[in-house]
Each structure stands twice: as C-alpha cells, then as structure tokens.
Design a protein around this ligand. Structure first.
Ligand code: ADP
Ligand code: MG
Length: 733
C-alpha cells in the first residue's frame, strides 16, 4: 500500500518515476493523482480532427481508413502512411522506416481504431503526425490495454512528446491500485451531510470513471476540497490575527483628524462615510485591523486612508504608506502633502499648531536625504511615512508604527506585509490595503479571505463621465489620423493627453524591465507579427508628424527615478501637452487637466488594466475620452474585450469579464501564485455558491478546532497549501 506522500519511485518503479518527474514535474503519489485528465474520450467516439492546430501536441482517437507504402528515392527505406479519420476529416500518420514496414502495415490495417499521439504539422497542406506514438483499442491489442479501455470513458491527460497520455494513465492505474488514504481530508460528518464521496473514491472517479456521473461525483468532491482547505487556512489566519494585540488608536477630540475634516473642501460620499466609520472603529480595537478598501480609481480611497492615518497620529502613533512604485510613492507624498496643507507642516513656516510631518523614503534618495528621512521615522518626528519597498529594509525603524496602508495589494506578498508588521514595537500595526481593481466577491473571498472588505461603490459627485471608443485601424485607417487631430484640438483648448504604448522600445529587445510594471500584459494577441508599438518610436514619430509643435514627453520604467519624477511633475504642472508612456501611469497618477487617453495596441492589455488606465482621465471637470487603438480585426476575441471595455465603466462587470477570459491563476496575481497550483478544478466565478458554503463550513470548524487536532488529513492538506505559497515566494525571491 502507498500513501499520497510516498515518492512515485516506490509505486511505479524508477524508470517511470524519472519520466514523470522530468516531463511533468510529478514526484509523489499525490502529485500524480493530482494530475487530473484534461478531458475524457468516449470509447468509440472519434476525436474531431478539424480542431487540430499545427504545433499542438495531441492525443486523438481515430480509425485507420487506408494505408500505403512509398519507397524513398534516396535511401533504402520506405515511408509508411496511414490515413486516419474521425468520419469526416482526415489526418495522415507518417512513419519512416526500413524495408516495407510490414509489421506496421499489419498493426495499422484499415478499420483498426486507436489513440494516436504526436505533434501536429502540415505537409503539402495536409495535417499530419510524424512518427506518432499509438495504442490500438479493442480486439487485437494487449490484454492490459483491453482492460484499461474497457470503461466507457478514456481519460486523456495533457501529455508531452516524452510521455504519452496512456503511459500516464498506466502509472495512475498502478498508483490507484495501491493507494491507501488513512485520513480523508474531510471530516466524515461533513462528508455525509453534504453528500460528498470519499477521497480515494474521488481520485478513482476522476482518473478511471465508468461514466459521466462518476466524473461529476469526483469533481464535486475534489472541488470542495480545494475550496475548503483554502477557506480553512484563511479562517485560521483570521483567528490567529485576533490573538495578536495592537495598541488601540481611538479618535481624539480636537485633533488633526477633526481639523482635517473641518477644512475638507468637499463632503464625503455616503460610501466614504461608511468605510471611514468602520475603519475608525477598527483602529480603536486592541486587535490589528486587516481591511481591504476597494473602489474605482477616483472613488476617494486616498482621502479615507489619510483620515485613518490622522486618527493614528492623533493617538500618538505613526502611519506608513507603502506604494508599489517610486512614481506612485512620490505622487502620494505630493497629494497627501497637498491635502494636509498646514496640518502636514509641523515645524515649518505656516505649519498648524497640532501639525505632523510627512517623509518620503524611496530607493533613490541620496545619502543625506535618506539619513534625514530615516531619522524622521525613527524619532517619531514624522507622523506619516510614505515609501516604496525601501520601507521594508531593516534599517528603517519607526518610533511607534500604528498603521500600515498598502496601495495596490496585489503587488505585495503576504511575507512583505509581515516584514512591515514586524517593525511595530508593542503589538502589531493595523493594516489597510487599498485596491482600485474591483474584485468579484468570490475572488475577494479566496484571495483576500483573511481581510475584511470595505467597498466604495460610488464616485464623488461632479466627476465627469469617460467615454471610450475603439479605433479599428484595420477597417478604418483614417480614424488614427483623426485621433491625433483630436489631441491637437484638446491641447489647443489648454488640456493634456496621454498616449499609452505596450512597449518601451530602444535597444533592449525584450523590455524585461517594463514587464514588471505591466504583469497583466495580454499575450501577443491574434498573431500580429510586428512587435508592439513602442514609446520611443511613437514619440519620435508623433513629434515629427501629427503632433509636431506640441510639447511631447516620454515616461517609462527604464528612466532613472528622478527623471521619471521630473517628467510627471512637468506633466502635472502643465508644462507637457502629451505624455507618451508605458503603463507606469496606470495607478494613482492624478492630473485633472489630462482629458484624453489614447491606448495603442490596446488589444495587448487585459480588460482590468485598460479600465485602470482610462481612470487617469476625466478626473477634473472636463469629460474624459479614451480611445482604444487596435489593428485586430473585428471578429477576433481581443476585439470583443475592447468592445466590452468601451461599453461600460462598471469596474465590477469588467472584472468578471476579465476573470472569465483569463485563467484563474493569472487573476490571483503573481503574489498569490502559490494558490495557482492549488486551484485545479475550482472556478472562482462558476463555483461562487460552493466557495461561499465552504467558507461558512470552514469558519464553523476552525471555531471549534482551530489547530485541526481532530482532522489530521485536513491539517495535512492545509499544510500543503502553505508550502505551495512559500515555495512560490522563495522561488521568486
Ligand atoms: P482614489 O484614491 O480612490 O483613486 P482619491 O482619494 O485620490 O481617489 O480621490 C480622487 C480625487 O477626488 C482627489 O482629488 C480627491 O481629493 C477627490 N475627492 C475624494 N473624495 C471626494 C468627495 N467626496 N467629493 C469630491 N472630491 C473628492
Ligand atoms: Mg488614489
């Protein structure tokens, strides 16, 4: 007998184990049994050959229609060809060999059915597999094989050239035969109540189903396992957080926050008031707050975060704001300084009596400035410290860190959050995470399940609407000229524009630097052969041509930080008319006078990213215009994506579309990639109900048995999940 943790070698032998390890990275019995079939073929039901694409590695079930042998001219050998069919289309199997290949002719005679596995290519316009591996089905095949395929359904695994689907199935069968599951990961009572089958049964059902009902039962059970283990882990984390203490930071009468509110030139929206109230109450508690504040770009999150920071400063603490990039850190520094006015100018001329100070800590500070900033943080002179990853370094010390605000969570891992937490002296700091990426409920439950969530659903009044249009260059080339004219018109009215490109350009071939800024960059869409439009190229073209005479500047991730800052400042001050840029402008950048955004090769970007980008315009009193320029033809899926973005400004609707179009792992983001491997069957949108139910069950269980003492199988599953997260983090580091 074998358990899931056993190395495969013990079960399938050295040779097969080595192959499974090298071809598919499978090492234990559990790894192999967790490698689920990608589809099931019905016995006798031939694979549709029309769907094959060149280059794909495929396993098809087909019937030999005819065969022939041709002599090779130059050599003594022959070419044996078998034409196989699915009843409609055809595929040629080509074998080069010695002599007349009689044995092959006997095996692959017309009427024989089999599984054929190989890489699809085209030869003289015909699809073929050259030297495919094959297994014949039914009479005439070996005894073991006949039994293997006696079931109605044949599992088809994602295979490689080294390892065919049926060889994987062979190893799986051996493993299932000896599998022993001493501790089902699910409590027996829950299994019975929910009508879920046992773990070992589920593995058999998914790998060797007799019929579809078998598959369904197995999938339901295994999906539940994925959802449940994750929710148990998150419930444990929430519970653990409760066992930590924080210094309560209740509101103080007559403090900075009160002065700030009194001076605020606008009324908070209902959503802001509600979120602000909840956060204020969280801060007053003696356990750390872990809250996600989500809302569209411009919905007023920053103001709410600042109010929270002021409450903490009033209560003698400090607040740190962590931004994902240097540009954003600097922008936050400027906008918070601006919002605070005299309240942020302690010790300066014109500073208010109860004022605090802001300080900025980034990687690009000079030695003297850094020393000063570090001292401000360590002495408590600065109440609000803003920075990038540099804030996580050991030498950054705080006098009394009470609150950490993180802008755009998805760029930070759990470990980075922890690094900051450890900088707090007594107790843990409260934590507020802001994100402008609207997250569907189930994703929030899955990815941010250890956080409480507040959502700002409305934009402040007086915000101008953004209209978005697709500029289809393929069908209407002259629209592009019109686009540049449009920019000229706006500039003539004293307004500004962004032109966003997917690439920097210049000598560097792969733009590796920029990919870090835009990890959502969609895969090269629809096979356009040319490289994506680049900032450096386009800026030069525009300055020399359609935008000649305008003040055009460039911004991208390869510029030195101080240069980036200079460009952004110049743009914000209206000294630049048109900013040609990469996605570094994506988040948080706020220039109300910029009203037009043109996005080049828009099909290269993900739905959410486009939505984020266009949030940069329409921030002032003038209506915003976003133009999505694409060469992709009308019917292509990438165009549907763009049409979706053009048709609505509802970020939640778009994030659902995004999620439907992308693989779950991508949506969870790189920081959460450990979750990728653990979600094989679960689909965050479709399985919404199941996830919700798993969450409830998890909370109930963890309440009564926090350490899972009575559930060894479950404890093991949760441990595996944590391992996966950590491995991913270590690999990245
Ligand atoms: P977010 O951080 O969600 O993108 P911000 O907090 O930066 O949004 O707010 C965007 C702009 O709207 C800022 O200029 C801010 O001062 C302003 N703002 C915030 N809340 C309100 C409000 N309730 N009414 C009017 N303007 C607001
Ligand atoms: Mg903001």
């Amino acid at each position: 007998m074998a358990v899931v943790a056993d190395p495969l070698r013990l079960v399938v032998g050295d040779k097969a184990a080595k192959r499974l390890a090298s071809a598919l990275d499978l090492h234990t019995v559990g790894d192999l049994l967790g490698y689920y079939p990608r589809r099931y073929d019905k016995r006798g039901e031939l694979t549709d050959l029309a769907g094959l694409r060149d280059g794909d590695y495929v396993t098809v079930q087909a019937e030999v229609a005819k065969t022939y042998v041709r002599k090779m001219n130059s050599r003594s050998g022959s070419i044996f060809e078998a034409i196989v069919t699915d009843g409609r289309g055809q595929l040629t199997l080509t074998f080069f060999g010695h002599g007349r290949q009689d044995w092959r002719q006997r095996a692959l005679s017309p009427g024989v059915r089999g599984l054929f596995s190989g890489q699809v290519s085209s030869f003289h316009g015909k699809r073929q597999l050259t030297h495919p591996e094959y297994e014949l089905l039914g009479s005439g095949s070996s005894g073991a094989r006949a039994e293997e395929f006696a079931n109605e359904l044949i599992p088809v695994y994602r295979a490689t050239a080294q390892l065919q689907s049926w060889k994987i199935a062979d190893s799986v069968r051996v493993a299932l035969d000896v599998l022993d599951v001493p501790d089902d990961p699910l409590p027996g009572e829950m299994r019975a109540r929910l009508g879920l089958c046992g773990y070992a049964d589920a593995l058999r059902g998914i790998h060797r189903p007799v019929d579809q009902a078998d598959v369904h039962r197995a999938r339901t059970r295994l999906k539940w396992d994925e959802a449940f283990a994750l929710q148990v882990l998150l419930a444990q984390r929430r519970l653990a957080a409760l066992s930590f203490s924080s210094i309560p930071r209740p509101p103080v009468e007559g403090g900075l926050l009160a002065d700030f509110d009194a001076a605020l030139p606008f009324d908070l929206t209902a959503g802001q008031l509600k979120a602000g109230g909840v956060i204020g109450a969280d801060l007053a508690r003696e356990h750390p707050m872990h809250r996600l504040l989500q809302g569209e770009v411009g919905s007023g999150k920053t103001v709410i975060a600042l109010r929270a920071m002021l409450q903490v400063v009033d209560a003698a603490g400090q607040a740190a704001l962590l931004a994902p990039t240097e540009v954003l850190a600097q922008q936050h520094f400027r906008s918070l300084s601006h919002l605070l006015g005299p309240l942020g100018m302690a010790g300066q001329l014109g500073g208010a009596e109860c004022a605090t100070r802001l300080t900025l800590i980034t990687g690009s500070l000079g030695a003297a400035a850094r020393r000063k900033a570090l001292l401000e943080a360590a002495s408590g002179g600065a109440g609000i410290i803003i920075g990038t990853h540099a804030l996580l370094e050991d030498r950054v010390q705080f006098a009394d860190l009470g609150l950490v605000v993180i802008d755009e969570q998805h760029r930070f891992g759990v470990e980075q959050r922890d690094a900051l937490r450890e900088k707090a002296g007594d107790g843990r700091p409260h934590m507020l995470v802001m994100t402008a990426t609207p997250i569907p409920r189930t994703v929030a439950m899955t990815v941010f399940g250890d956080l409480d969530v507040s959502t700002l659903t409305e934009l402040p009044a007086g915000r101008s609407p953004i209209s978005t249009h697709v500029v289809p260059v393929a069908e209407r080339p002259h629209y592009l000229a019109r686009t540049w004219e449009r920019i000229r018109e706006e500039v003539a009215e004293g307004r500004q524009a962004y032109v966003v490109c997917p690439r920097i350009g210049g000598e560097e071939p792969a733009d590796s630097a920029e990919l870090a800024d835009s990890d959502e960059l969609a895969e090269a869409s629809d096979g356009l052969a040319r490289p994506p439009i680049a900032v450096l190229d386009l800026a030069a073209e525009l300055s020399a041509g359609p935008l000649a005479g305008l003040r055009v500047a460039i911004l991208h991730g390869r510029l030195p930080p101080e240069e980036k800052d200079k460009v952004m400042l110049a743009f914000a001050d209206g000294l630049v008319d048109v900013l040609v840029t990469t996605t570094v402008v994506e988040v948080g950048v706020d220039v109300p006078n910029a009203v037009v955004m043109v996005i080049m090769d828009a099909d290269r970007f993900g739905v959410s990213q486009l939505h984020q980008l266009r949030g940069r315009v329409g921030r002032g009193s003038d209506p915003g215009l976003c133009l999505l320029v694409t060469e992709v033809p009308e019917a292509a899926p990438a165009r549907e994506r763009l049409d979706a973005v053009a048709s609505t400004v509802d970020g939640f609707a778009l994030s659902r579309i995004d999620l439907e179009q992308r693989r779950e792992g991508d949506v969870l983001g790189t920081a959460q990639a450990g979750r990728k491997s653990s979600l094989k069957l679960l689909q965050l949108l479709r399985d919404e109900d199941l996830i919700g139910q798993a969450r409830q069950e998890a909370i109930t269980l963890v309440d009564t048995d926090p350490a899972l003492a009575g559930q060894p199988g479950l404890a093991e599953a949760v441990r595996a999940l944590v391992d996966a997260e950590q491995t991913t983090f270590l690999e990245k580091a």
